[in-house]
Design a protein. Structure first.
Lengths: 276, 278, 333
């Protein structure tokens, strides 16, 4: 819409938007800043925003005392593992729903989504006991399995919405061009679905990275990802603000950066394609 | 090709759920293994008559409704604001979106210690600076504080989705309404809001799924306290089964949670089924 | 190579039969146009021939061989879709080469054929672009190129011009006709536009609700419509169809006169009416004349006519050019 908007109004709106944006972002900003302070400066009164002696010692100490990198690698393995496993199961499912729809397809989709409504506490105890008895408790494999299942409906649904947008005529054209089913999948469908698969992967990594019910209840020391690692700061170590901040910054930074780069794809994915 | 996914999900739902139902009729405590006597409905009776249950039920609903209200209304306003021409819009959007990527344990801990702490928190400092008594948020208004924390995490999600929906609005429709003499308010209520209804439905559905099972935020801030002031059903079941080792009682609670969630689910799925395919 | 024969072919979706038993023969090298209003089953018929839909019963023969159960990839046909259906992730070159790749041709041979097709279709400069960077007409050419390189027994076109603007449509129409003359390959072309049908076809198949209403050359259909439906569908502006006393006077249920077969007379005629809307095209003038008891008749007059809204005119249908139809809508001799 090419319309003249008064500069004064734009200035007002811009200032308002920036103030609100910074306010919403402030807790994160403050955490990042505090992570570079000494413990004394972290609780100094009055607090200082930028004028302090910047130090990196908190990061070193966090790694030394609670082995950040082990938790970090747990997080990476669990979120990537469950995402890849989930995609392997969900791609064929979404594929057949999008291109060979049967009468019940829509009902199956709704049912899949409805399993997300099952509160995890409803199955916490059996899962806990099964894991205890099979030795899966506090293992990365165990968490990969659980998170795969937890996120499977979302992955399937997202992929379905992407696949559904691939026009059927293109597949028919491939068939007319002499492509057999396998050629159709390799040369036409997969390359066209790659953006959709990528954004599904991204969203799922984020969800799995931040999942904080099963990761807290099914891990102790060995397999604990960053969510559980941070939870161990709840008391009384949390009173060491600078170290808490350093640990928090390290826990959220990877996903924060990943999320910022992929925000457009995420919106589509999160709404199951319902909002564009 | 569909069957592996369906079978896995079925197994994931039915096996543990059946076990939970079975356990819920047993006198089953992890501290006294071996004595798994049939308990009939007594676990349910115990759980439902426990005053903690009603506190938890109320808290669960307050938490869901409170966060939904803040995020939907706040998100709509924020989306309307960000839809205006702004210098540096991309940067503002990134700032606003950030809390969504913060894991629940981190946001809860940061808010609890660095903002709401009555001694060293920023809010306490701000109160003192203007001559007020620092307020101990998590001790005196634990549920409201948790609602605030959770709403902060979910506001970006609502705002971003609503913004995306706003940007798909038909500009000619807006211009036509202006020519028809509609002011900004009637335009909002008669054009913008109906256009957003689908997106709002999506926001409510997805958030409700996650909000019904809020856990980590409570675990690391208040542990459900003081008393049961910030215990929701999820946390209550967790406490019953994994802190008091009462598997039977916890299972009964779990089943009740499932039933409650299903009531909400039926309601929501109806709404969604209508709105999503339209 | 390129004869197609349909033998009692039917198609049902669930319990609805969209194609009742249908027989049709298409000779090698013919340009056949399936035309009819939307929903008449013309696209379904094309897709049955392509193999994209399975016939419910009946037999499809291609080159004298039963192809009813042959998958689309093995029928030796090429198709151009309404949406062009280009592969968006491939360059123009790769799009055109795709059928050759599927046929496992050597890369050098592939390149040679792609270059040839591209030069025929004026696409040489665009070979390395993606379909998204092309205009509608160029995309259409790529789709045709992809069909040409296969050297198929027959080309199938499914409303290929409906997404183009009017001027481009006329150009592409000519290009496809020229292509048919060069290649002399069987072409089956589906459209709802009777002008396309009339200008391009050797043989027109007019379809109505799954039935074949008439098969014939464009001029046969124009001069001897077999029924009211074809009479009303072929020709622009539409034939005037009149029922009632005027028809009964000629022992018919309905009579039809084309606008170009009515002359305007100054004094007295079969019908008298008042001029409503007149459309001046320069070369011709189309007058809508409101005749009491008959309705609105369209009349074509050569050149410019100095008649205005409300003027009274008399109309005389040309001798021997009046079509008569019985109560079932069939033409009477």
């Amino acid at each position: 819409m090419a319309r003249a908007i008064s500069t004064r109004r734009q200035i007002t709106v811009t200032i308002l938007a920036w103030v609100i944006g910074i306010t919403i972002f402030f807790p994160i900003l403050w955490t990042i800043l505090t992570s570079f302070k000494t413990e004394a400066e972290a609780i100094a009164s009055p607090p200082s925003l930028f004028m302090f002696d910047w130090t990196l010692e908190n990061y070193g100490e966090v790694q030394e005392r609670s082995n950040y990198f082990r938790h970090f690698s747990n997080s990476v393995i669990i979120s990537l593992g469950s995402t890849v496993l989930g995609l392997l199961i969900a791609i064929p499912a979404a594929w057949s729903m999008a291109f060979v729809p049967a009468k019940r397809t829509k009902d199956i989709l709704m049912w899949m989504l409805s399993t997300k409504m099952l509160p995890p506490v409803g199955v916490l105890i059996p899962i806990y006991l099964i894991f205890r008895d099979t030795g899966l408790l506090d293992t990365r494999i165990g968490l990969v399995i659980v998170l795969t299942l937890v996120n499977l409906p979302i992955i399937t649904w997202m992929l379905f919405t992407y696949f559904r947008e691939i026009p059927g005529e293109i597949l028919e054209a491939a068939r007319m061009d002499g492509a057999m089913l396998w050629d159709e999948i390799v040369h036409v469908l997969t390359p066209m679905a790659i953006p959709g698969i990528a954004s599904t992967l991204l969203l799922n990594v984020i969800l799995a990275w931040n999942e904080a019910f099963w990761t807290l209840n099914l891990t102790a020391a060995k397999a604990a990802p960053l969510t559980a690692f941070i939870a161990s700061y709840s008391s009384p170590e949390g009173l060491f603000y600078a170290k808490l901040s350093a640990a928090s910054t390290m826990a959220i930074a990877p996903i924060l950066i990943l999320g910022w780069f992929s925000q457009k794809q995420l919106v589509r994915g999160l709404t199951f394609g319902a909002v564009k | 090709m569909l069957s592996p996914a369906v079978l896995l999900l079925l197994a994931w739902m039915i096996v543990p759920l059946t076990m939970t139902i079975y356990f819920s009729f047993l006198r089953y405590n992890l501290l006294s293994p071996g004595i798994n006597a049939w308990a009939g409905w007594s676990n349910y009776q115990y759980f439902l008559t426990d005053p903690a249950f009603f506190a938890a039920l109320t808290n669960t609903l307050l938490l869901v409704v409170g966060v939904l209200l803040i995020t939907v209304i706040g998100g709509t306003l924020l989306a309307l604001l960000l839809d205006q021409p702004i210098w540096g819009q991309g940067v503002v959007r990134i700032l606003v979106l950030a809390p969504f990527f913060v894991m629940p344990t981190v946001s809860a801990l940061v808010w609890k210690n660095m903002f709401m702490n009555p001694v060293n928190g920023l809010f306490a400092y701000a109160a003192k600076a203007v001559g007020l008594q620092p307020f101990d948020f998590l001790a005196h208004a634990p549920l409201a504080s948790i609602i605030l924390i959770v709403a902060w995490q979910w506001l970006p999600f609502a705002a971003l989705i609503l913004l995306t929906a706003l940007q798909s609005m038909d500009q000619e429709q807006m211009e036509a309404s202006e020519i028809d003499g509609a002011g900004p308010f009637s335009r909002f209520f008669y054009l913008v809001l109906p256009h957003l209804s689908r997106a709002i439905t999506v926001v409510i559905l997805i958030q409700t799924i996650f909000l019904l099972s809020i856990f980590a935020e409570i675990l690391v801030t208040t542990n459900g306290g003081p008393g049961y002031a910030s215990t929701n059903i999820t946390y209550l079941v967790y406490a019953q089964s994994l802190l008091q080792f009462d598997v039977g009682g916890g299972s009964a609670g779990g089943i009740i949670a499932v039933i409650l969630a299903n009531i909400v689910a039926i309601f929501l799925m109806r709404m969604i089924g209508k709105n999503l395919e339209a | 190579m390129g004869s197609i024969k349909l033998n009692k072919v039917t198609k049902s979706f669930g319990s609805t039969q969209v194609i009742p038993p249908l027989d049709l023969e298409i000779q090698d090298g013919e340009f056949v146009v399936f035309v009819g209003p939307s929903g008449c089953g013309k696209s379904t018929l094309l897709r049955l021939i392509a193999g994209l839909e399975d016939v419910t019963s009946g037999m499809i023969e291609i080159n004298g061989v039963d192809a009813t159960q042959t998958p689309p990839s093995k029928r030796g046909l090429a198709m151009v879709f309404q949406s062009y259906a280009l592969y968006p992730h491939m360059s123009v070159r790769k799009n055109i080469a795709f059928p050759l790749k599927m046929a496992k041709l050597a890369p050098e041979e592939r390149d040679q054929k792609v270059e040839n097709a591209a030069s025929v279709l004026n696409l040489t400069d665009y070979l390395d672009r993606r379909p998204g960077q092309l205009s509608g007409g160029q995309r259409q050419r790529v789709a045709i190129g992809r069909a040409i390189v296969r050297e198929p027994d027959a080309f199938l076109f499914d409303e290929p011009l409906s997404n183009l603007d009017a001027a481009l449509r006329v150009n592409m129409r000519l290009e496809i006709s020229e292509l048919h003359q060069t290649l002399a390959t069987t072409m089956i072309y589906v459209t709802h536009d009777q002008v396309e049908a009339m200008t391009m076809a050797d043989k027109i198949v007019v379809l109505n609700a799954g039935h074949i209403a008439q098969v014939g050359s464009p001029l046969e259909l124009y001069h001897k419509p077999a029924n009211v439906f074809v009479a009303g569908f072929i020709g622009s502006p539409k034939m005037n169809l009149v029922t009632g006393p005027d028809a009964q006077a000629m022992d018919a249920h309905t009579i039809g006169v084309r606008p170009e077969h009515i002359t305007i007379s100054e004094g007295g005629g079969t019908w008298t009416g008042k001029v409503g809307v007149s459309e001046h095209l320069g070369s011709d003038t189309f007058l809508r004349v409101n005749v009491d008891g008959v309705g609105t008749l369209t009349v074509r007059a050569s050149g410019e006519v100095a008649l205005r809204h409300g003027d009274s005119v008399s109309l005389i249908p040309e001798e021997g050019k009046v079509h008569r139809f019985d109560a079932d809508g069939l033409a009477m001799q």
